[in-house]
Design a protein around this ligand. Structure first.
Ligand code: NAD
Length: 246
């Protein structure tokens, strides 16, 4: 494979959260193939360990919903050039059926955790005058969706965090970007992306006529975190097969 020089991650140390499955695992594989040195973190230590061993990566178990655990991860991770805030959960329920505990867990995992980790890892980037932070938002940040109110609120906040932090950290040499995937085939969507699912308007709203894959999401992350995107900051790239424009 011939790599575009700007997509070469050799010498870059990348921390990916939620790396044991789905987008995180696909991104880890793709970035390793492009030369990255990886630090992989996830709550599922047993799933993470074999992947990390396979990729020659460091594996750090952590719980993104627990500030003390996030702090420990940041302390163990060392100097990081690229942070991929990918770990997340979905609570797919109408608000009236969502308990206060579920609301708290979702916001703690999908919003507070990434903010705290960005604050800790970003401090080193700002001090060194270089780095990239990419956080996973969602197409739901831009479109309404039944059973997605709390999740969409957290993911919209990620897009806004990205804009504001890009303004704060741009002059310090740090790019801050976000990716908003549409529904893509992972464990998180094993029901809603399954063939024959009729719970919503589904594929009829996707101009490309299919759900995304983890590998396609990984390619967008690879680009945004690389030097090929060196003049991109503050933006949330929507990779959703066109759903949001429909
Ligand atoms: N799959 C989709 O259609 C889709 C669309 C838009 C956005 N997203 C977002 O993409 C990201 C990755 O999702 P995915 O589809 O790969 O799902 P996934 O369930 O396959 O992977 C999520 C990973 O995050 C980890 N995780 C969950 N809670 C954690 C916690 N408290 N601490 C540490 N790790 C934790 C899980 O163990 C898992 O490995 C999530 O932020 C999700 O909200 C997914």
């Amino acid at each position: 494979m011939t790599l575009h020089a700007d997509l070469n991650y050799t010498g870059k140390r990348v921390l990916i959260t939620g790396a044991a499955n789905g987008f995180g695992a696909a991104t880890a594989r793709l970035m390793r193939a492009h030369g990255a040195t990886l630090v992989l973190a996830d709550i599922e230590a047993d799933t993470l360990a074999p992947l990390a061993a396979d990729l020659g990566a460091a594996a750090i178990p952590f719980d993104q919903a627990d500030p003390a655990s996030v702090e420990l991860l940041a302390a163990q991770a060392g100097e990081i050039d690229v942070l991929v805030n990918n770990a997340g959960i979905l609570v797919a329920k109408p608000l009236l059926e969502t308990s206060p505990l579920e609301v708290r867990r979702l916001i703690d995992t999908d919003l507070v955790g990434p903010i705290l980790l960005t604050r800790l890892i970003g401090a080193g980037m700002v001090a060194r005058g270089s780095g990239v932070v990419l956080s996973i938002s969602s197409q739901t940040a831009f479109c309404g969706g039944e059973g997605r109110a709390v999740y969409a609120a957290a993911k919209a906040a990620i897009a806004q965090l990205t804009r504001s932090l890009a303004v704060e950290w741009g002059p310090r040499g740090v790019r801050v970007v976000s990716l908003a995937p549409g529904r893509s085939i992972t464990r998180m969507t094993q029901e809603t992306a399954a063939p024959g699912y009729t719970g919503d308007r589904g594929l009829s709203r996707v101009p490309l006529g299919r759900w995304g894959t983890a590998e396609e999401v990984a390619k967008a992350i690879l680009f945004l975190c690389s030097d090929a995107a060196s003049y991109v900051t503050g933006q949330t790239l929507v990779a959703d097969g066109g759903y949001a424009i429909g």
